[in-house]
Write a protein that binds this ligand. Structure first.
Ligand code: PLP
Length: 426
């Protein structure tokens, strides 16, 4: 029995499903998770000593690769001064200044402890600022696990939603409207009917939670247009995309102006951090400046701040992103060729340093329905072949892959060779 299997048996005794976040449990692909001992650069090592080339990267944060010495040393140095003070530090100012300097549309920023906190707080702020209750989101986008966001589309295109988890009050679903991604007409229609009651629209500017799906230019401009016209707050959830397209976020890359932006993952360099920020007029409504309440015992934690600051320093160096963009393109091209050669219906999407592969006959995947039409059984078998061959992909077909600065051309070649073997074995 492998050490990972032994650990899983132990884990399920006191941890629900053996994991502290459900997608880690391999439920979507079958089998039991590998348990990780350590990580370095592009690799993770399981408790049996096996090395995997990692395209999950802790679900996105590790854009420089794992265990970057500069981040690690900053954390160790800071930890010698104490772990948490619950009072202001200069480090928080430095990180806020850095974020507001490099990200567009960011006048003020508040640090929190996770992406979920960032989106939940941004929504409260948008509601407080507008005095309206309804929020608009898109099917297939994930914004964390707060109640208002665990609502899926109702039966008709323009109905309000239904809870997607027991425990979310049905009454709350009356305030969340879930529309189709990349459907500017549907969006305009919803705002034409309900615009004066809509507090905000929240969206992943490029999705990573229905795998990697890119927005059309028409969709992007429609979002800005309806929000401006109705007075709703446009919240770009850049928890995943933030700092994956350059330091200016997906919004800088795509040329769309957010009113509020949510950050997470990379901004904490691997520590539990989130942030939300944006236009001064809106952010000034947050306590203690304004009446909208939001707080956190560990928010702005000094260890997290130094990890974030070291990360921001490294990714801001000229030329940091270009090689990662090229490797993202290379892995998609290589996987596509391997699939074509094996006669497996397959297509890829990629943007910046995010990518996704889809087992589908369709040539384009542009929304949730397209993603749901993909062959999840083939993905599960492909996933296990790749794992066996030392490549760690996300254990669910609805998750984007991530590239880091630590992945080498040889890593990509080996991964593509493994994919060729895996496709041939399907
Ligand atoms: N928003 C997006 C786009 C995400 O991808 C995630 C997590 O994957 C979240 C919000 C929630 O972040 P967290 O898991 O840190 O709470």
């Amino acid at each position: 029995m492998s050490r990972s299997s032994e650990l899983f048996e132990r884990a399920i005794r006191h941890i629900p499903g053996g994991v502290n976040s459900p997608v880690r449990a391999f439920k979507a692909v079958g089998g039991t998770p590998i348990f990780i001992d350590r990580a370095d650069g592009a690799y993770i090592f399981d408790c049996d000593g096996k090395r995997y080339t990692d395209y999950v990267l802790s679900w996105g944060p590790m854009i420089m690769g794992h265990n970057h010495p500069e981040v690690r040393e900053a954390v160790v140095r800071q930890s010698e001064k104490g772990l948490s003070f619950g009072a202001p530090t200069e480090l928080e100012i430095e990180l806020a200044d850095t974020i507001c300097d490099i990200m567009p549309n960011m006048d003020l920023v508040r640090m929190v402890n996770s992406g979920t906190e960032a989106t939940m707080s941004a929504i409260r702020l948008a509601r407080g600022y507008t005095g309206r209750d309804i929020i608009v989101k898109f099917e297939g986008c994930y914004h964390g696990h707060s109640d208002s966001l665990l609502i899926k589309a109702g039966s008709g295109a323009l109905t309000l939603g239904v809870p997607s988890s027991p425990g979310v009050p049905a009454a709350l679903a009356d305030y969340t409207m879930t529309l189709t991604y990349n459907d500017p007409e549907g969006l305009r229609k919803a705002f034409a009917e309900h615009g004066d009651r809509i507090a905000c629209l929240i969206v992943e500017p490029v999705t990573g939670n229905m795998n990697c799906v890119l927005p059309t230019p028409e969709f992007l401009s429609a979002m800005r247009e309806v929000c401006t016209a109705s007075g709703a707050v446009l919240i770009l959830d850049e928890v995943m995309t933030g700092f994956r397209f350059g330091t200016h976020g997906a919004q800088g890359h795509l040329g769309i102006e957010a009113d509020l932006t949510c950050l997470g993952k990379i901004v904490g360099g691997g520590m539990p951090v989130g942030a939300f920020g944006g236009k001064r007029e809106i952010m000034e409504q947050i306590a203690p400046l304004g009446p909208v309440y939001q707080a956190g015992t560990l928010s702005g934690n000094p260890i997290a701040m130094v990890a974030g600051l070291a990360t921001m320093r490294i990714i801001s160096q000229p030329g940091f992103y270009e090689p990662i963009f090229a490797k993202t393109q290379a892995i998609c091209d290589g996987m596509q060729q391997a699939a074509d050669k094996a006669g497996v219906p397959f297509t890829t999407n990629h943007a910046g340093t995010m990518f996704g592969g889809f087992f589908t006959e369709s040539e384009s995947v542009t929304n949730y329905a397209d993603v749901m039409a993909c062959d999840t059984d083939s993905f599960a078998r492909f996933f296990h072949h790749m794992l066996e061959l030392g490549v760690y992909l996300a254990p669910a077909s609805y998750e984007a892959g991530f590239m880091s600065a630590a992945h080498t051309d040889e890593d990509i070649e080996e991964t593509v060779a493994a994919a060729a073997t895996a496709f041939a074995a399907l």
